[in-house]
Design a protein. Sequence first.
Length: 180
Amino acid sequence: MSRIGRRPVAIPAGVTVSVKDGEISVKGPKGALQAKAPDGIRIDVAEAQVRLARPDDSAPTRAKHGLARASLANMITGVTKGFVRELEIQGVGYRADVSGKTLRIQIGFSHPVEVPIPDGIKVSVDRNVIVRLEGVSRQQVGQFAADLRSIRPPEPYKGKGIRYVGEQLRRKVGKAGAGA
């Protein structure tokens, strides 16, 4: 049996989990999330915990078992604490600001890049170079952070671009004759 799928998921106070017609609904203080339960996985909500079970030991069912449990645990964490991702902009003249539902990034192109902020994500900018993304859905916050990073990924020579806060970048040495 899956080690992850076998573990029960605790339901904290103030959170309600319901399963109906293969649809999982989680409601909490920060919001509500819904997801489709994978085929073949049985979800039992009892007292203050949720248990997931699978009918057989076929490889696809085993794979879905751990995935379903991790997704449910992330949904519960999202509606109680939320998820945060921070991006850092490095480079001379590179900066970002938020106006309404648009994130405007000046990142070395001839024009500023305007990115619409999806529903369910709160964006704030600190010191013009730290972009903080907050939301209840881990997948949505992570995907939006990856989309922003892909606008200008950090380059390996000077490190200019958009990177995650704390991301270690492998730097390359420039040309041998550049400083001569």
